[in-house]
Design a protein around this ligand. Structure first.
Ligand SMILES: Nc1ncnc2c1ncn2[C@@H]1O[C@H](COP(=O)(O)OP(=O)(O)OP(=O)(O)O)[C@@H](O)[C@H]1O
Length: 313
């Protein structure tokens, strides 16, 4: 027995000679946003197409809310909201009419339908543009409407396929905020992206996918640890930093200090946890700091470490 909303187990999908998805396994618990991070062609869309029951797997299983998902089953599909990469909205209908139409197709009726459409318009920030035809919307607004359609049935699992590709920064921000809010309310979210920054910001757990294989998965910090990378804290200021170096070295978690009179670079295990103590120690030695800069290995470094190439081609 498991509480996980989604269990993907050893999923395989081939197209001719190409194995687009190769033994992929992961799980998502309620309230967790799981990111599939990988470059174009990595196998993200093929994976979520199997998760949503749109295409069949050649091997492996998908279980949603405890029910086996295949293209033939209908039971588990009512738990899933899928937001495809391509827009699936009617340009000549208004935002509200689009939502009403898709709501009806999903079996909602009468006051329940109307109420839910109003709620969703609020969630995606389109309430004040609901009466405009969607062909008049910006690219980002169209995408938000596309997401709204995926939310109508109050899904337990929301699947978003690269929802911010080609949208303006304001809409991107609105989309990321909506995902954070939905996850905060307990929805499980499966989010595919090739933007490292989005995975870092949104995702509680991240699966790094390349050439159809899940190369690694875990929290951001767990993944970064795979690189064996360490953080650095750079200090700049006046006063005798070199004199403070000995004391800085004694702080547990500090591995190395290279100090000159006006600057010091500390190699540490967990910079955010240590920075206050580092600054305090320097200040206690009479150093007036003008600059404090933390740098940490990011998911780009993890991707490079695992695959030998960058995330973007
Ligand atoms: N219907 C299909 N027929 C043949 N090959 C396919 C089909 N769908 C996907 N592929 C191939 O499978 C591989 C994985 O594609 P997929 O769309 O899952 O990648 P992706 O990570 O989602 O990339 P993108 O962000 O570009 O959509 C690619 O090499 C793609 O060309």
């Amino acid at each position: 027995m498991t509480d996980d909303v989604l269990v993907v187990d050893s999923l395989v999908r081939r197209f001719g000679d190409l194995t687009a998805v190769d033994e992929v396994s992961f799980r998502i618990a309620p309230g967790v946003t799981y990111g599939l991070l990988g470059p174009n062609g990595a196998g993200k869309t093929t994976t979520i197409s199997m998760v949503a029951g749109l295409i069949a797997a050649d091997a492996g299983t998908v279980t949603v809310a405890g029910l086996p998902m295949t293209p033939r089953t209908t039971g588990p599909k009512r738990f899933v909201g899928l937001v495809p990469q391509e827009l699936a909205i009617y340009p000549d209908l208004t935002g509200r009419e689009n939502l009403m139409l898709f709501g009806r197709l999903q079996g909602l009726r009468g006051t329940e339908l109307k109420g839910r459409v109003d709620e969703v318009l609020g969630l995606i920030g389109l309430a004040d543009r609901a009466k405009h035809r969607s062909k008049e919307y910006s690219g980002g607004m169209k995408r938000r409407l596309n997401i709204g359609i995926g939310l109508l049935n109050r899904p337990t699992l929301l699947i978003l396929d690269e929802p911010t590709v080609g949208v303006d920064p304001q809409s991107r921000h609105a989309i990321l905020e909506s995902v954070e809010a939905l996850s905060g309310e307990g929805m499980a979210v499966l989010y595919t992206t090739h933007y490292m920054e989005e995975a870092e910001r949104l995702c509680d757990r991240i699966g790094i996918i390349d050439s159809g294989r899940l190369q690694a998965e875990g929290t951001r910090d767990e993944l970064v640890r795979l690189t064996g990378g360490v953080d650095t804290i750079r200090l700049g200021g006046t006063g005798d930093l070199a004199g403070a170096a000995e004391e800085l070295r004694r702080i547990p978690g500090v591995q190395r200090v290279e100090a000159e009179r006006r600057s010091a670079v500390l190699t540490v295990r967990d910079a955010p946890a240590l920075v206050a103590r580092v600054v305090g120690t320097a200040a206690a030695r009479g150093v007036t700091l003008a600059d404090v800069e933390i740098s940490r290995p990011d998911l780009e470094s993890v991707f490079l470490h695992l695959t030998g190439k960058g995330l973007r081609d």
